[in-house]
Design a protein around this ligand. Structure first.
Ligand code: HEM
Length: 253
């Protein structure tokens, strides 16, 4: 999609298609399903809010028998939460498969896979954010840190599904349960993968609002103004967020 509309001050900026509708729809289905999966999962956890079995101890969770606050849970009661969790599991898996199949067949995986030089590029981004280098590093569709996050999220989602299967069917799928160190550890990894997904999602959402809120349009309607990209605005988190700052800076030059 490209578009130009004349304005009083000259030709309107180019808007081009950044995210295909399949990416946009699967993104938002995923965001809603994941939120409800977390809430219902925490409600299920509260039915027995510890990792150690009765009479045993567990090394790696300091809050044994402390339930998660009700406000963070979803589903009302154990049975309700399990219904939601298992129903949404299918939504998340089918949605995830559609997204992965699409980016594979459409070639968009190329924008997300790690490449040699990513560590160096990520370091350059950090230097830029810390004002050590003055100009935004050159980047493709996403900067190196953003790309790594988008690459890690589906991998974590796959681990989340596998650990979920390990604790859902520990008899029929005993080999998966064994792969994660047995039932207690599989339950722990299921929980910790959820924590990692939440942390990365919050970092992702924070960076969207702090660095590139203009990209929200691209994940809703698909359209993106290249002249407002972080690279074009030389944007650090919260810095040069408003395009008029850039115009004012240009006037002053
Ligand atoms: C309120 C919540 C969220 C907002 C506002 C949001 C916003 C965005 C925006 C604006 C983009 C496009 C960035 C760009 O074009 O450079 C994006 C992409 C993406 N988001 Fe989110 N997001 C949210 C939640 C999530 C969650 C919960 C996940 C997964 C756990 C997620 C995973 C992704 C991924 C993987 C992409 C890259 C898609 C691609 O390019 O193929 N987002 N998001």
């Amino acid at each position: 999609m490209t578009g130009t509309t004349a304005t009083a001050t000259g030709p309107a900026p180019r808007v081009r298609l950044r995210h295909h509708w399949i990416v946009r729809v699967t993104h938002w289905v995923n965001a809603v399903a994941l939120t409800l999966m977390v809430g219902s999962g925490l409600r299920i956890f509260n039915a027995y809010p510890a990792f150690a079995r009765k009479g045993e101890s567990f090394c790696c969770w300091p809050w044994e028998h402390k339930p998660i606050p009700d406000a963070l849970t979803f589903g009302g009661w154990l049975g309700g939460a399990r219904h939601w969790h298992f129903a949404l599991m299918w939504v998340l898996v089918v949605n995830g498969l559609i997204y992965l199949a699409f980016i594979y067949l459409h070639g968009e995986w190329r924008d997300l896979v790690p490449r040699r030089g990513d560590a160096r590029d990520a370091l350059e981004m950090i230097k830029f954010y810390l004002f050590v280098r003055p100009s935004h590093p050159m980047q493709g569709k996403h900067n190196a840190m953003q790309k790594t996050t988008y690459f890690l999220l589906p991998i974590l989602a796959i681990v989340q599904v596998l650990t979920g299967l390990a604790i859902w069917k520990p008899v029929q799928l005993a080999w998966i349960t064994a792969l994660f160190g047995g039932f207690v550890w599989a339950r722990y990894w299921h929980f910790m993968t959820m924590v990692a997904l939440i942390v990365l999602s919050f970092v992702h959402i924070f960076m969207v609002f702090a660095v590139d809120p203009y990209s929200i349009q691209s994940i809703v309607t698909g359209g993106y103004r290249e002249d407002l990209s972080p690279e074009a605005r030389n944007a650090r988190p919260f810095y040069h967020l408003l395009p008029r700052w850039r115009d004012r800076a240009a006037e002053e030059e």
